[in-house]
Design a protein. Structure first.
Ligand SMILES: Cc1ncc(C[n+]2csc(CCOP(=O)(O)OP(=O)(O)O)c2C)c(N)n1
Ligand SMILES: [Mg+2]
Length: 891
C-alpha cells in the first residue's frame, strides 16, 4: 500500500484523523474490498442526506499497480536491454544518416526514443502474430516512431541493409522505407496508417468493435486477439481521440482494446500541458467514460523512496509539480533535480541526502522501466469487461544527450559527432568512432545471442510484426452476377422512385444472396429513415452486442426497430467519423481477417468528404474497399435544406483520392451496374479501389436498361437518347437527376427551335478524365507510335456540335474534360451556396433546369454562327431564364 500515515495528510483535523484511522483499520483487518464497500455505503448515505459528494476522477499521482501486486519480469532483462539499445541506435542512425546525406529529408528520432521500452516489452512478451489460423494482435503504431519499428525489423532480418539505407528514399532502384506507416507504400508490412494524428486511436476503437461484430455474427472465431493503439500524449488533443467514441469503447465492453499513451509530456512545439498534468487530465477523461486506467508513472527506483516517505511529503511534491517542471527535470541534471524537486521540503531533501546527483538523475520514469510496463500490460490483458488505457510517463528524446526533453527535440534530425559517439558508447554499440559519426547501421551476427533471443521470442509469439497480408483478391470469391440485380435493371414500370429507393432494394436483395449476403455491412450514421431503410432494419437487424434489452414500442408493426446480437447493420449514431472508422475496419477485413466484407456506408453526402475527408484518405492508404453511398446528393435535388446540407461539391473532393471511383448515376440500373462491377473488381479481381456513388431522393420513373450500355456506364458515358429524325447539331450531357432536365431540354430544342440534340448520360467525369489522362501520358511517352484514343473521344467520334454539360455539381466537374473537348464544352453547374427552396426554384437559380440548358445550347449555337443570335436572345425571355438576376456562384 502506498498510503501514508494519516497524520501527514490531515495534521490539523482531529476528527478527520480519527475517521481515517478507523478506515485504515478496516482495510488492515478486512482488506481493500471492504474499504470499497464502506465508501460506497457512505457515499450513498451522504447523497440520500443531501450532502454534496465531490466527484474525484483522479487517483494519487503514483503507479496504479502497487509494488506488492507486481509480478516478476519473465524475460532476460539484460538481454532485452541490449536489444533495445541496438534498436535505439539503428533507429536514430537511420534518420541521422539520411539527413546528413540528403538535408531536409526529415524523420524523427525523439518519438521512438521515448517509446522504445513500451514497444519492446510488447514485442518480446505480448504481441502475438497469430492465433492458430487466425491473424494475431493488431498494433497501431505511433507514426513518428516508425524508424524504431524498421530498426527492429532490420535486426530481425526482415529488412535489408539496402532498404534501411534507403529510408525515405522510396523512388530509388531499391525502394527504401516509407516515412510513416503506409500500407499503400509497404503493403506487406504496415496494416494501419496512423500518422495523421487522431485517426489511429479512432480507427482502433472501431476495429476492436468490428472484431466483436464479426465474432457475434459467427464470421470469425473468437480469439484472445487484442487491438493495441500507441498514441502520443499531444495527439490526444485531436477531437477524434477523446470524442464520443471513448464512451462507445466502454459501452461495448471492448476488453480486446488497449490504448497505450506515450506520455513524454511533449508534443512538437513544447510541453503538452506545461502548466498542468497530462496524465491527470487523461486519467479523468478515461475514468469518467468507464475505461480501466493504469498509470505507469514512476520507475522501480522510486519504490524505495516512496516506501520511506513517512511524512507523505514526497507524494505531495509529486502531485504539486506540473509537467513543465517534470520536463525540465529531465532536460537538466541530477543537481537540478535535487535542488528543485527534492529540495523544496526538508523531508524530501532528506530522502536523497546520501545519494549522488547521478543516482538522482537516473531515477527512471515508469514508461521506461520494463518491470512496470510489463505489469501494466499484463494487467490490461487480464482485465475483463472493458477497454484499458495505460498512461505511461516517458521522456521525449530519451538518451539523445543534450536534446533530451528539450522543447526542440521533436525537430531534431541530426546529431553532432560528439553526441553520436556518446550515444554509441552509452548504448554500447560496438562500432568505431568514424562509423558512429556516419550513423552506420549495426546488426550483430546472425548467431549472436541478441539476434537469437529476438528471433526466439518472436517465434514463441507466432512470427514477425507488423505484417500485412497483401494477397490480391479473395480465393474462391465469386461476385454476384448482374442477374442478381435483375429487378433494378428492369426499370420501375412508370412508378416514380428515387435512386436511393432503388439502391435500398438492391441492398435488400444483395443481403439475401446465399453467397455474399452475409458479407454485406450496411453502415448508417442515424439516417436510415432518411434513406427509407426501415425494411432493412427489420430484415437483418441492427447490431447490438448485448442484444435488444427492451421491447420496442413499435414491435407490433411490420418494420419495427429490431436490434440483435447478430444484427448486420452498424447504426452508428450521429458520427460520420465513427462510421468512417467502421467502414475502414470492414473495408480492410479482406486483408486483416481474410474475409471479404463489403461495406456500404450510406450518409448525407454533404457530411462526408468535406467532414471526414482525412479518414477517407487514410482508408485509401489502407487499401480499403467498399462503397461510400452519397445520399441526399445534389445541390438542387435535396430541396428545402439550404446552405449547410445541399452538396454540390463532394465529387470534386472525391476526385482527389486516387483509388476512389466516383459515379453520379441518373437511373437505378446504372447504380446496379456500378455496384455489380465494383464487387467483381474489388473482391474477385483484387483491385485496390473503392466507390463513391451518389444517391438522390428525387422520385421519377426509372427506365429499363437500354441494351449494351454497361461498358459506357462503367467507363463514364453512353448515349442515352439520340436525336429523333435528323442528325443532332448539339450534344447534351446530363448526370444524376439533371439528366432528366437534359432530356426536357432536348424536347424544347426540337419542338420550339428545330434544333436536334443527342442526350448522353455521364456517369463519371472522374473516370473519363483518368482514362484520358492515361492515354495522353502513353502518347507523350511514345511519340513515334500510333496514338491511343481516349474512350471519351472514341464515343464522341462523328458526333457534331457544342456540348452542354449539366449536373447537380459544380462546373469544375464536367470541366475536367476540357483538355479533350476544348471549346466545344459549355458547363452548367451548382457553384455557390445552396438555398432553402424547392427543386424547381433551385434549378432555376443555379441555371441547370431544362430551360437553362436549352438556352445555353442556343446561345452557344448562335456564337458559333449556327443559330440566329436574336432568336437565341429572345429564347431566354420566352423560356423564363432571367438574364438580369445575379450570378449564383456569388449569391
Ligand atoms: C493531424 C496532424 N496534425 C499535425 C501533425 C504534425 N505532427 C507530427 S508529430 C506532432 C507532435 C506529436 O506529439 P505527440 O503526439 O505528443 O507525440 P510524441 O512525438 O511526443 O510521442 C505533430 C503536431 C500530424 N502528424 N497530424
Ligand atoms: Mg508527446
Amino acid at each position: 500500500m502506498n498510503a501514508k500515515p494519516a497524520a501527514a495528510l490531515e495534521p490539523d483535523h482531529e476528527e478527520i484523523l480519527e475517521w481515517i484511522e478507523a478506515f485504515d483499520e478496516v482495510i488492515d483487518q478486512e482488506g481493500p474490498g471492504q474499504g470499497t464497500r464502506l465508501l460506497e455505503a457512505l457515499t450513498r448515505r451522504a447523497q440520500q442526506s443531501g450532502v454534496d459528494v465531490p466527484v474525484h476522477l483522479n487517483t494519487p499521482y503514483v503507479n496504479t499497480i502497487p509494488v506488492s501486486e507486481e509480478v516478476p519480469y519473465p524475460g532476460d532483462r539484460a538481454m532485452e536491454r541490449r536489444i533495445k539499445s541496438l534498436i535505439r541506435w539503428n533507429a536514430m542512425a537511420m534518420v541521422h544518416r539520411q539527413n546528413k546525406k540528403d538535408p531536409g529529408i526529415g524523420g524523427h528520432i525523439s518519438t521512438y526514443s521515448s517509446l522504445a521500452t513500451l514497444l519492446e516489452v510488447g514485442y518480446n512478451h505480448f504481441f502475438y502474430a497469430n492465433y492458430g489460423d487466425e491473424p494475431g494482435d493488431f498494433v497501431y503504431f505511433q507514426g513518428h516512431a516508425s524508424p524504431g519499428v524498421y530498426a527492429r525489423a532490420f535486426l530481425e532480418g526482415r529488412l535489408t541493409q539496402e532498404q534501411v539505407e534507403n529510408y525515405r528514399h522510396e523512388l530509388r532502384d531499391t525502394p527504401g522505407l516509407s516515412s510513416y506507416p503506409h500500407p499503400w507504400l509497404m503493403p506487406n508490412f504496415w496494416r494501419f496508417p496512423t500518422v495523421s494524428m487522431g485517426l489511429g486511436p479512432l480507427n482502433s476503437i472501431y476495429q476492436a468493435r468490428f472484431m466483436r461484430y464479426l465474432e457475434n455474427r459467427g464470421l470469425i472465431k473468437p480469439t484472445p486477439r487484442k487491438v493495441w493503439a500507441f498514441i502520443g500524449d499531444g495527439e490526444t488533443d485531436e477531437p477524434e481521440v477523446l470524442g464520443s467514441q471513448l464512451t462507445l469503447a466502454a459501452r461495448e465492453k471492448l476488453d480486446n482494446l488497449i490504448f497505450v499513451v506515450n506520455c513524454n509530456l511533449q508534443r512538437l512545439d513544447g510541453p503538452v500541458r506545461g502548466n498542468g498534468k497530462i496524465i491527470n487530465e487523461l486519467e479523468a477523461a478515461f475514468r469518467g467514460t468507464g475505461w480501466n486506467v493504469i498509470k505507469v508513472i514512476w520507475g522501480s527506483g522510486w519504490d524505495e523512496l516512496l516506501a520511506r516517505d513517512h511524512s507523505g511529503m514526497l507524494l505531495k511534491r509529486m502531485e504539486e509539480c506540473v509537467d513543465g517542471e517534470y520536463q525540465a527535470f529531465k532536460a537538466k541534471d541530477g543537481a537540478y533535480v535535487r535542488k528543485e524537486f527534492f529540495g523544496k521540503y526538508p523531508e524530501t531533501a532528506a530522502l536523497v541526502a546520501d545519494w549522488t546527483d547521478d543516482e538522482i538523475f537516473h531515477l527512471q520514469r515508469g514508461g521506461l522501466d520494463p518491470q512496470k510496463v510489463y505489469n501494466a500490460y499484463k494487467r490490461a490483458m487480464d482485465h475483463k469487461g472493458g477497454p484499458t488505457v495505460i498512461l505511461a510517463k516517458t521522456i521525449k528524446g530519451y538518451g539523445l544527450g543534450s536534446a533530451q526533453a528539450r522543447n526542440a527535440t521533436h525537430q531534431e534530425k541530426k546529431m553532432t559527432d560528439e553526441a553520436l559517439t556518446a550515444f554509441r558508447s552509452r548504448f554500447e554499440i560496438p562500432i568505431p568512432d568514424k562509423a558512429a559519426q556516419e550513423g552506420a547501421p549495426y546488426r550483430p551476427p546472425e548467431d549472436s545471442p541478441e539476434i537469437q533471443y529476438m528471433l526466439e521470442r518472436r517465434k514463441e509469439l507466432g512470427g514477425f510484426m507488423p505484417k500485412r497480408d497483401a494477397r490480391k483478391g479473395v480465393r474462391g470469391f465469386e461476385a454476384p452476377s448482374l442477374e442478381t440485380f435483375k429487378e433494378s435493371l428492369e426499370g420501375s414500370k412508370g412508378r416514380a422512385v428515387s435512386t436511393t429507393m432503388g439502391f435500398v432494394s438492391m441492398l435488400r436483395n444483395l443481403m439475401k444472396d446465399p453467397k455474399v449476403g452475409k458479407l454485406v455491412v450496411p453502415i448508417i450514421p442515424d439516417e436510415a429513415r432518411t434513406f427509407g431503410m426501415e425494411s432493412i432494419i427489420r430484415q437483418v437487424g441492427i447490431y447490438a452486442s448485448q442484444g435488444q434489452l427492451y421491447k420496442p414500442h413499435d414491435v407490433d408493426m411490420l418494420l419495427y426497430y429490431r436490434e440483435a446480437k447478430d444484427g448486420q447493420i452498424l447504426e452508428e449514431g450521429i458520427t460520420e467519423a465513427g462510421s468512417m472508422a467502421s467502414m475502414t475496419a470492414a473495408g480492410t477485413a479482406y486483408s486483416n481477417y481474410r474475409i471479404p466484407m463489403i461495406p456500404f456506408f450510406t450518409y448525407y453526402s454533404m457530411f462526408g468528404f468535406q467532414r471526414v475527408g482525412d479518414l477517407i484518405w487514410a482508408f485509401a492508404d489502407a487499401r480499403g474497399k467498399g462503397f461510400l453511398m452519397g445520399g441526399t446528393g445534389g445541390r438542387t435535388t435535396l430541396a428545402g435544406e439550404g446552405l449547410q446540407h445541399q452538396d454540390g461539391h463532394s465529387i470534386v473532393v472525391s476526385s482527389t483520392v486516387p483509388t476512389c471511383a466516383t459515379y453520379d448515376p441518373a437511373y437505378v440500373y446504372e447504380t446496379a451496374v456500378n455496384i455489380q462491377d465494383g464487387i467483381r473488381r474489388m473482391y474477385q479481381e483484387g483491385e485496390d479501389r473503392f466507390y463513391y456513388i451518389m444517391l438522390y431522393n428525387e422520385d421519377y420513373a426509372m427506365p429499363e436498361m437500354p441494351a449494351g450500355c454497361e461498358e459506357g456506364i462503367i467507363k463514364g458515358i453512353y448515349k442515352f437518347k439520340a436525336a429523333e429524325g435528323k442528325k443532332a447539331t448539339v450534344q447534351l450531357f446530363g448526370s444524376g437527376p439533371i439528366l432528366n432536365e437534359a432530356l426536357k431540354a432536348q424536347q424544347i430544342l426540337s419542338e420550339k427551335y428545330a434544333v436536334q440534340a443527342d442526350v448522353w448520360s455521364v456517369t463519371s467525369y472522374n473516370e473519363l478524365r483518368r482514362e484520358a489522362l492515361a492515354c495522353d501520358r502513353w502518347n507523350r511517352l511514345h511519340p513515334a507510335e500510333k496514338p491511343k484514343q481516349p474512350y471519351l473521344l472514341s464515343v464522341l467520334d462523328k458526333v457534331d456540335g457544342p456540348i452542354i454539360a449539366a449536373s447537380d455539381y459544380m462546373k469544375v466537374v464536367p470541366d475536367q474534360l476540357a483538355p479533350w473537348l476544348g471549346t466545344r464544352l459549355v458547363t452548367l453547374g451548382t457553384d455557390g451556396f445552396g438555398r432553402s427552396d424547392n427543386r424547381e426554384h433551385l434549378r432555376r437559380h443555379f441555371e441547370i433546369n431544362a430551360e437553362s440548358i436549352a438556352t445555353a445550347a442556343l446561345s452557344r449555337l448562335a456564337r458559333d454562327g449556327k443559330f440566329d443570335p436574336k432568336k437565341a436572345q429572345k429564347a431566354f425571355a420566352d423560356l423564363g431564364v432571367s438574364i438580369e438576376k445575379g450570378d449564383p456562384a456569388r449569391a
